[in-house]
Design a protein around this ligand. Structure first.
Ligand code: HEC
Length: 291
């Protein structure tokens, strides 16, 4: 007899429901009641940076940065993000004056000075984004024991593989799908449930989320409608915040995406020209050979 649990595991493996190790091991360990809540594949969103010619939407990155700064960065660090990156081409492209003013609002630990003491000074564009906590233990203590992961490459670290047969198509140029991480973050922001479904018990500090593998997440619902005041007239809704911050996190994870796509396209053009030249050369060289 195949139990419900093993059927679930086979289905998850076959359809590549998720490649996270967590849900599969949870399936094996948890009582049958909880096994029906396996994280579903996040619905694909419409991203400006998807596809062959995709590139980031600058206004969206600016809004996403605002959400990151006002909400997420209270708990999450972004160690690889420097203030100056926010002014670089292909990113949110704030002006260097804006970035200087922004950095100056933060206190950065520096030193030692001549007397050997560490000191605090206002931030500069070359500084990295300051962490909300002094160290991982402090971050855990403030978050009921869970460590909020660093956001620098989080969008890329949460890519969900779609399994057979998709990976065959994805190997072909133009079919690759690289936006699962951003889709997942949007789904995660929208995936909270006030009360856990019947049969699921949450421990202290846990929240029920449909899209988190295992469903029990220590992060409280971070975004709600109307929470962040946009200045560019974009809708102030949970869905819009979720999309904007996910786009921003995709940019922090892959700031050179625009350049990569442009270079790839140029390489294809060069290869096409070369192929034509080789063909003409071959014709020429073999022209007088009897065959
Ligand atoms: C109150 C603190 C807090 C805030 C604010 C917060 N987070 Fe988190 N976040 C956490 C903690 C704690 C975890 C680790 C959860 C766990 O392991 O159960 C986490 C985990 C995550 C994860 C990883 C989930 C996974 O698959 O492992 C993502 C993605 C995430 N947060 C996104 C965000 C975004 C986007 C924002 C801002 C809109 C945000 N968080 C705001 C505390 C926070």
């Amino acid at each position: 007899m195949i139990s419900k649990t093993s059927l679930g595991m086979i289905a998850a493996a076959m359809f590549g429901a998720t490649l996270f190790a967590a849900p599969i091991s949870c399936l094996a360990e948890e009582p049958a009641a909880a096994t029906s809540h396996v994280a579903p594949i996040p619905p694909p969103q419409d991203w400006s940076f998807a596809g062959f010619f995709g590139k980031y939407d600058q206004a969206q990155l600016q809004r996403g940065f605002q959400v990151f700064r006002e909400v997420c960065s209270n708990c999450h660090s972004a160690d690889h993000l420097a203030f100056r990156n926010l002014a670089e081409p292909g990113g949110p492209e704030f002006s260097i004056e804006q970035v200087k003013a922004l950095a100056a609002q933060y206190k950065i630990k520096d030193g030692p000075n001549d007397a050997g003491d560490m000191f605090e000074r206002p931030g500069r564009p070359s500084d990295y984004w300051p962490s909300p906590f002094a160290n991982a233990n402090q971050a855990r203590t403030a978050n009921s024991g869970a460590l909020p992961p660093d956001m620098s490459v989080l969008a890329k670290a949460r890519g969900i593989k779609r399994g057979f047969p998709w990976f065959i198509f994805e190997a072909l140029p133009g079919f690759a799908y690289q936006e699962q991480g951003a889709d997942y973050i949007v789904a995660l922001m929208n995936g909270y449930e006030d009360d856990a479904p019947k049969g699921v018990t949450l421990d202290a500090g846990q929240n029920f989320n449909h899209y988190f593998p295992g469903n029990k997440l220590m992060m409280p619902k971070p975004l709600s409608d109307g929470q962040v005041a946009y200045t560019d007239g974009a809708p102030q809704t949970l869905q819009q915040y979720a999309k904007d911050v996910s786009a921003f996190l995709m940019w922090t994870a892959e700031p050179k995406l625009d350049v990569r796509k442009k270079t790839g396209f140029r390489v294809l053009i060069v290869l096409a020209i070369l192929a034509g030249l080789f063909y003409a050369t071959k014709k020429r060289i073999w022209a007088d050979v009897q065959h």
